[in-house]
Design a protein around this ligand. Structure first.
Ligand code: M6R
Length: 646
């Protein structure tokens, strides 16, 4: 939540105007003076806007002091403000795009917040839990506050400490020292970035339980909530540890702990392609990311077996004896990632015969769960920053469990705090609604399940090779679903006025149904719920009335235990009560046509792999329905891509 960018450079005018992509008009009207810090910061904000889009703001250091602009609403509002009231040239700047926590999304509450009589500007991502107590204390010291935010309190504290250091004659980098002292006093989760007019060429930052990465340049350095904040300018990045302060100047990056002791970060190469984070000719990031899915699955599968056909997971650096002794798997995740975990549970239990629980991260540690050295925790997170999941990971490790993260974002916190990581290679996912990450997460979790089955001898090598061979056919099958999407798109558009849509599934189709419902809720803002088809008669069938649309994820007719026949019966039961049924079925399953108003086919595939196909029409349906309502599918209301607060 909230996107943060910081920049400091040595050379004026070296950047061409990235603002053209945000608002061409801005660039035309701006003078050469706008190239530099502002340009880099605005480009970073454009890429980070998916993290929060309630308001946005920037501050730069100019020869006349700190100058700031901020505006409620999306980044385009800030761009318009900058066009109307341009900022002078600068080489040091910070920028923020907000997802409101304390205080509504107003101009006043937007970041940056100023302190030290306007000489210091500060931005923040997170929640400062002891802000009320600090506010009272600072008010007692004579400070006044004009916003409702916890951030302004942090700014006030840093400003006061800065002034104290100056007035008491302390030598050195006052901004870094003040930030260190402030971070010692703050409770909660925060990334803070600050600049001070008396220290041009310096951006200081502090982080606890909130993301921040450093970008290394030549005569310039960058800070960002994630690497997208500077992906256009450098591929060299440094991940920071917990409770660290980092100070960047054009030529240096200095990392300490909150008490000034030297600390280090891990340098890594950013493999994401900047072009992959663009819309690539599609109307929305979401549409593009849906079309990226053959590649996302293909890339996640790439290079996973050796010449003898053994599955290899190089990154899984947990002692094999520990993995062999695992007697329980707990999958921890939220939202779509939790549904990926629920799909994976069916496969992992089937292949490995290890009891597998899937739990929402935010529920996990509050119920005294049974977790010990023999528990393997699998934490699934696209962003690698979800605070609920991070806290659950920490708790599980304290109980002695080993944690494997399944994550899409290099340099993020959850992999760093886990014992091992299996990266999904879906590429940057910008749309708030997760699509390609979901399919890549299922794929990675399947690889993990197969690897454990291989290691523990639950499956013969040829059985594993057969599943891998089936998995390798999935990208082409997803492509076939995408190529045949016109009908489902049309149906989505035709249903723009639906008030409620129900989703039914069974076995692996059950989490797919819940994922389909979540997509519709978050994009189209209508009531949608996913049910296990067998549960219908235990209550939800009372919701069915004349005309109620119900999407049914039909199991393959070749599925075990006559699941197909049972779901067909469910379809008949709801049709008898007036439901309009929309069925996602396997190619060739023409029997369902007699019981459905609309049928969409996906290619034949083994039951456990079916979610990698049946999810896709549901994503397209939600996208088309929300688009027909005229909603912003990339940035749905009230949401943020990366949920970094509990
Ligand atoms: O980054 P994560 O995978 O940890 O995020 C988890 C959820 O916040 C995320 O999947 C959310 O539910 C998406 N908006 C769903 O589309």
């Amino acid at each position: 939540m909230c996107g943060i960018v910081g920049y400091v450079g040595r050379d004026n005018g070296q950047r061409s105007s990235a603002l053209e992509t945000v608002a061409p008009a801005f660039d035309q009207e701006s003078s050469e003076a706008q190239h530099g810090a502002l340009d880099v910061v605005m480009e970073g904000l454009r890429r980070l806007e998916y993290r929060g889009y309630d308001s946005a703001g920037v501050a730069v250091i100019t020869p006349d002091g700190i100058e700031s602009r901020k505006k409620a609403g999306k980044l385009t509002n800030l761009v318009a403000e900058l066009v109307a009231d341009p900022l002078p040239r600068s080489l040091t700047g910070i920028g923020h795009t907000r997802w409101a926590t304390h205080g509504g999304p107003t101009d006043q509450n937007a970041h940056p917040h100023l302190a030290d009589d306007g000489r210091l500007a500060l931005i923040h991502n997170g929640i400062i839990e002891n802000y009320a107590e600090l506010k009272a204390e600072l008010t007692g010291e004579g400070l006044t506050f004009i916003s409702d935010t916890d951030t302004e309190v942090a700014a006030g504290l840093v400003g006061l400490l800065y002034r104290g250091l100056v007035e008491s004659g302390v030598e050195g980098d006052h901004l870094t020292l003040a930030l260190q002292q402030a971070c010692q006093r703050l409770e909660g989760a925060f990334t803070l970035l600050a600049i001070h007019q008396d220290q041009p060429g310096v951006v200081a930052a502090g982080r606890r339980n909130s993301p921040l990465v450093v970008g290394l340049g030549d005569g310039e350095n960058f800070l960002g909530s994630d690497v997208s904040g500077f992906i256009d300018f450098t591929r060299r990045a440094v991940e920071l540890g917990q409770d660290q302060i980092v100070t960047i100047t054009p030529d240096d990056v200095t990392i300490t702990d909150f008490f000034g002791a030297p600390a280090g970060g891990r340098e890594f190469h950013v493999s994401w392609d900047a072009a992959a984070a663009e819309k690539g000719g599609f109307d929305s990031f979401m549409e593009k990311e849906i079309h990226d899915q053959p590649d996302a699955v293909g890339q996640t599968l790439l290079g996973r077996s050796d010449v003898d056909g053994n599955l290899i997971l190089d990154e899984l650096r947990i002692d094999e004896t520990i993995l062999r002794s695992v007697d329980k798997i707990v999958v921890l995740a939220c939202g779509t990632s939790a549904y990926a975990g629920q799909v994976a549970k069916y496969a992992i239990e089937h292949w490995c015969r290890i009891p597998t629980e899937v739990e929402l991260s935010h529920e996990f540690r509050y119920r005294d769960p049974i977790v010990n050295e023999k528990t393997l925790v699998v934490a699934i997170s696209q962003s690698g920053e979800t605070m609920d999941t991070l806290m659950a990971v920490r708790y599980a490790r304290e109980q002695g469990a080993k944690v494997v993260a399944i994550c899409n974002t290099n340099g993020s916190t959850i992999p760093r705090e886990s014992d091992a990581v299996l990266y999904t290679h879906a590429g940057p996912e910008i749309a708030v609604a997760s699509t390609k990450a979901f399919l890549a997460q299922i794929t990675a979790a399947y690889l993990l399940g197969l690897y454990l089955a291989q290691l523990r001898g639950n499956k013969y090598r040829d059985e594993i090779a057969d599943v891998l061979a089936d998995l390798s056919t999935i990208p082409a099958k997803i492509q076939a679903v995408l190529d045949d999407a016109d009908k489902i798109k049309q149906l989505g558009a035709d249903m723009a006025n639906a008030k409620s849509v129900l989703f039914l599934g069974r076995h692996v189709g059950f989490p797919v149904a819940m994922e389909g419902a979540l997509k519709l809720k978050e994009l189209a803002y209508i009531h949608a719920e996913g049910f296990a088809a067998g549960e219908l008669k235990h209550g939800p069938i009372a919701l069915i009335e004349e005309g109620q649309p119900v999407v049914v994820v039909m199991p393959s007719p070749s599925a075990r235990d006559s699941l197909h026949a049972k779901v067909v019966s469910n379809v008949q039961e709801i049709r008898a009560r007036g439901a309009v049924t929309i069925v996602i079925a396997e190619a060739g399953d023409t029997t369902v046509e007699a019981y459905s108003e609309h049928v969409f086919y996906v290619p034949e595939t083994p039951t456990l792999l079916a979610p990698l196909l049946t999810t896709v029409p549901l994503q397209i349906f939600a996208l088309a329905l929300a688009s027909a309502k005229g909603y912003d599918v990339d940035q749905p209301r009230n949401l943020a891509k990366s949920v970094t607060v509990e």
